[in-house]
Design a protein. Structure first.
Length: 639
């Protein structure tokens, strides 16, 4: 458990101190820093700084306390329909999700809602015990798909799963007890991701959504402001039907529908426990597409009657909570404003404020340091020291463009996030992050020209003393963050489309015992063989545990793709250590493929995330991820 999570009172003291000093700073800015400054620079900077103070206030409001989650007992048997929505996802992605649905321990009926109308999906549903539903058109995308299924099903509760979200077997065990409350509309659970090599992961235990699901969402639950996040949710059918089904006016149908239900008095809950493992966007393009859809769809709610500022039936705390979520999408324009003012100062020699060293030391410096500390402490370990700035830069362009959806008369089209992809880095990254790239280049040019002017010929208008030093230092600081955001992505090479589940399994190849260190339905890597070369064929014999608790013998044919020494270099000489042999699975029998999917996506993930009790914390996530990523102890050996 993070230090900040163990010392909540200190976290609150720092947050209050930051907001108090920040308020004093803004008063000082209004009363004592305007003299003789250009309004074109002064007011944009002031508004951006005021937005930062408001954002921290709303953050503290939501993250003031992170309540613990306890599973309520199930006292009443309820009929449950599990909806798995798909459009164009690969068969293997949906296969894993339906396999997880098969393993759910509570009685239920699984429906595969296929908006692609694909025969292979109908066969898959029949093979894995799900009922197949499709419709003649794709009107209103996912929302329309769900509404069409509601009219053809009858379960009291509906569990919503995206095509790439695999439920753990106790998903329903943990959530059904909440519905003893007759006024409860839905229970939302966290989104977590098994492909920990995605671009949105900063570490194996922390990703771009960790702060929301580990801190913000529990805080919203205190104010009856938890909302449907698209998947990993159980919803009462009666509440959906009362509002006319899933709302279709925006592409943020989940958030929008929650507001519609709550405006009619329905309550919501957030259950803080990892119960579903999803597939995060592998590549930068998928990540940006997903965040763009979320931003445009959620902001579009401002143009509907469910606008949280004016929607009848919401409490003050709900309005604050939902408005805080929507204001987050204004952070892109705030960041762009701060960088633009800095560039203008460097190039034009015009200052956005008038201040003395004493004034900056008394007001600006403490506010900046306290705000940085409060932001980190309130995150309770779910946010790294530079994560907020990095993600802010990554989304600056799409969040800035998304503001047009507030004034646009047309709603953006729903675009499915790709579930597979590769990152080749290079110039493609700079194109995808065009606004960030342009800002970085312009800021670098302005900073260099200002340095040249300071050291030699005067190519820019004069800027001296404290103003010069501050502009150069802040410019260098921002350039460092821009570089730290762009350079790793430019250098990133993620060419593997399937995440490898690290395991420790004993198997045999031609009677020789081998150690299987990673396994997927597409291939495996093992140690214990020496006389093999790329192109050789082999059959790996395993005894895989199933979700039923029994061991199942499987034979996995494979072809050797690589033979590498433990340090990662290709094998050139035969030494005493065993090489790592990477194989691609070929000609798998359907039942063998099913067993591999069941082990990787149900058994292994359940072992890792049910080793620990209670709600997930950064520490339990770290330990679980370590089990996923380290061959030693990743899973009990079987053979």
């Amino acid at each position: 458990m993070a230090w900040s999570a163990r010392h909540p009172n200190i976290v609150r003291i720092v947050a209050v101190a930051a907001l108090t000093w920040g308020g004093a700073y803004l008063v000082w800015r209004i009363g004592w820093t305007r003299h003789g400054q250009s309004p074109a620079l002064y007011w944009p900077l002031f508004v951006a700084e005021a937005f930062g103070w408001i954002s921290l206030s709303l953050y503290a409001f939501l993250a003031w306390r992170v309540p613990r989650t306890r599973r309520p007992p199930i006292t009443t048997e309820r009929s449950v329909d599990v909806f798995v929505c798909t459009y164009d996802e690969p068969v293997e992605v949906v296969h894993a999700t339906l396999t997880g649905c098969q393993a759910l321990t509570q009685p239920h009926t699984t429906y595969l809602l296929d908006d692609g109308g694909r025969p292979e999906m109908e066969k898959l549903a029949d093979r894995l015990g799900a009922r197949y539903l499709t419709r003649p058109d794709n009107e209103h995308a996912k929302a329309g798909n769900i509404n069409a299924a509601l009219s053809r099903t009858s379960g009291e509760l509906v569990a919503m799963l995206d095509a790439d979200h695999v439920p753990l077997p106790d998903f329903l065990d943990a959530t059904l007890g909440y519905f003893d409350d007759p006024g409860l509309a839905l229970v939302q659970t966290p989104h977590d991701f098994y492909n920990r090599d995605s671009m949105q992961h900063t570490t194996e235990t922390r990703h771009e959504q960790s702060l929301f699901y580990d801190v913000i969402a529990p805080g919203k639950d205190r104010h009856n402001a938890a909302f449907w996040c698209g998947s990993a949710t159980v919803i009462r059918r009666e509440a959906l039907e009362e509002v006319g089904g899933v709302q279709v006016e925006t592409v943020a149908e989940d958030f929008h529908t929650t507001l519609a239900m709550q405006s009619r008095g329905w309550r919501t809950r957030y259950h803080h426990e990892t119960l579903v493992q999803g597939l995060a966007p592998h590549d930068l393009a998928g990540f940006l597409l997903q965040r763009d859809r979320w931003a445009r769809g959620n902001l579009r709610v401002f143009r509907t009657k469910e606008n949280p500022l004016t929607c009848p039936g919401l409490s003050i705390k709900q309005r604050i909570s939902y408005t805080a979520s929507l204001l987050n999408y204004f952070s892109g324009i705030q960041r762009l404003t701060l960088l633009s003012v800095l560039i203008a100062t460097l190039l034009l020699g015009r200052l956005p404020l008038h201040a003395t060293i004493a004034g900056l030391a008394l007001f600006w410096l403490p506010w900046s340091l306290l705000a940085f500390a409060a932001t980190g402490l309130l995150a309770r370990g779910s946010l790294g020291p530079t994560d907020s700035t990095r993600y802010g830069l990554l989304t600056m362009g799409i969040y800035t463009r998304s503001l047009l959806s507030i004034v646009s008369r047309t709603s953006p089209a729903f675009r499915v996030t790709p579930k597979e992809g590769v990152d080749r880095g290079g110039v493609d990254v700079l194109r995808a992050l065009l606004l960030v790239t342009i800002v970085a280049v312009v800021l670098l040019g302005a900073w260099v020209l200002r340095m040249v002017t300071w050291l030699g010929p005067s190519v820019l208008p004069s800027l001296t003393g404290l103003a010069l030093a501050a502009a150069l230092v802040i410019g260098a600081y921002e350039l460092a963050f821009l570089g730290a955001t762009l350079v790793p992505l430019v250098r990133r090479r993620q060419l593997r489309t399937h995440f490898r589940f690290h395991t420790e399994l004993a198997g045999t190849v031609d009677g020789s015992v081998v150690r299987v260190v990673d396994l997927t339905p597409q291939g495996f890597a093992l140690e214990g063989l020496r006389a093999v070369s790329p192109g050789d064929r082999m059959t790996l014999h395993l005894r895989l545990p199933g979700s039923d608790g029994n061991l199942h013998e499987v034979d996995v044919p494979g072809v050797v793709m690589s033979v590498r020494e433990p340090d990662g270099h290709p094998q050139e000489t035969k030494e005493s250590t065993d090489p790592l042999v990477g194989c691609r699975a070929v000609d798998l029998a359907p039942d063998v493929y099913d067993r591999l999917v069941e082990f990787c996506f149900v058994v292994q993930l359940t072992r890792d995330f049910r080793t620990f009790t209670g709600p997930p914390t950064p520490e339990t996530r770290r330990r679980a991820a370590a089990r996923l990523s380290a061959p030693d102890g990743a899973a009990a050996s079987v053979g």
